[in-house]
Write a protein that binds this ligand. Structure first.
Ligand code: FAD
Length: 338
């Protein structure tokens, strides 16, 4: 059988996860990953990297549960292996607290994380403005370490990597049989999807090695996530804002909010103030379509629009994208396979 040439566009956590799933599972494919920006310059590098989730309105809950579980189990295997430090993946215990009791007291991912339970009154006492809380152990995936590790794994599976901006899918039609689009917020221009929009997120990387437990306000606006080298303290969610430089007012507001939850942060040093643009969309787009490129029908598999939860869902949606590439192979005209 002839080799099937697959282009994966995007070098964030979604692109590399997808490229690996295809390269490792489908030896008939030669996979090339193309991207304008690589680590440390992607949104994924800025992600706090906590494996948590919120509900996407247009995706059946069962599918989201599967995405989350596949992502969690994949990262848990790494966290519990000798590769953990090199891959930047660790277990992380802590709590999510709420000012009002949430409608959904048991989120869909509660059976997947470890030891999920409601907090006791005694535990909640230190948060006088919060009425309800959940304690559990999840994972933290530090993408500035994880992405280079994924790249190595991809190259080991025979994958090729090329730094290049793709201005139009037409540019790829001569050299590739299947295109996989993992361009995050770039999909707005690359495939003209106006549903995709930037959601600006600024965080502080702080030196506070005494902090070992995460705290997340259930409103998603304030969080303290201890990591391997620093503590990620956030955040902002500015819809439609694509400024990539740090904003002094945002840093001040983050510190003020988070010091109320963890007063010792007032003694911690700010190391960096990274900013990233989440690929906002009502729900991620994980589907295939046939696109006419230079007179030829080319299968395009989309995997983008993960919003604030791309690290949690990357491996799960990558496995779905792999399934879609498999379908494309079955549907390809016979002469293309010979
Ligand atoms: P990206 O990382 O943006 O990668 C897109 C890739 O496509 C890049 O390589 C880019 O160069 C390439 N590209 C785009 N257009 C083109 C083109 N035309 N030609 C060639 N290449 C192109 N998620 C979690 O799960 N947990 C968290 O705790 C978490 N915290 C976050 C905190 C902050 C402050 C931010 C900003 C995000 C956070 N996220 C979190 C969300 C997460 O970062 C994103 O969902 C995820 O990084 C999206 O990954 P991606 O691969 O789709 O996009």
């Amino acid at each position: 059988m002839k080799t099937v040439r697959v282009a994966v566009v995007g070098a964030g956590v979604v692109g590399f996860s997808t490229a690996i799933c295809i390269a490792e599972a489908l030896p008939i494919c030669s996979v090339t990953l193309l991207a304008e920006k690589f680590s440390p310059d992607t949104t994924s590098d800025v992600a706090a990297g906590m494996v948590l989730a919120e509900v996407f309105p247009d995706i059946p809950l069962e599918r989201q549960r599967r995405w989350f579980k596949n992502g969690f189990d994949h990262l848990l295997d790494i966290a519990q292996s000798e590769h953990a430090p090199e891959a930047g993946v660790m277990l992380s215990s802590g709590c999510q607290i709420f000012k009002e009791v949430p409608a959904e007291m048991k989120p869909f991912w509660s059976d997947t994380v470890i030891g999920f339970r409601n907090m006791t009154d005694r535990e909640l006492k230190r948060f006088p403005n919060h009425k309800f809380g959940q304690a559990f152990t999840t994972l933290k995936c530090e993408c500035s370490t994880y992405l280079p590790w994924l790249e190595k794994r991809f190259r080991k599976a025979g994958g090729r990597v090329e730094q290049r901006k793709v201005n139009s899918l037409h540019e790829l039609s001569n050299n590739f049989d299947i295109i996989v689009n993992c361009t995050g917020v770039g999909s707005r221009t690359l495939v003209g999807d106006n549903q995709v929009h930037p959601i600006r997120g600024q965080v502080l990387k702080m030196e506070a090695p005494w902090l070992k437990h995460f705290i997340r306000d259930g409103d998603g606006m304030s969080y303290i996530y201890p990591g391997i080298h620093s503590v990620t303290v956030g955040g902002t969610r500015q819809v439609g804002d694509s400024r990539l430089q740090a904003d002094e007012g945002d840093s001040k507001s983050i510190l003020e909010r988070c010091s109320k939850l963890e007063p010792s942060l007032r003694r911690a040093k700010v190391l960096h103030e990274p900013v990233g643009l989440r690929p906002g969309r009502r729900s991620p787009r994980v589907e295939k379509e046939l696109v006419e490129l230079k007179g030829r029908q080319v299968p395009v598999v989309h995997n983008y629009g993960h919003g604030g939860w791309g690290v949690s869902f990357a491996w799960g949606t990558a496995l779905d994208a792999l399934g879609l590439v498999r379908q494309c192979l079955h549907e390809m005209p016979l002469q293309a396979k010979l």
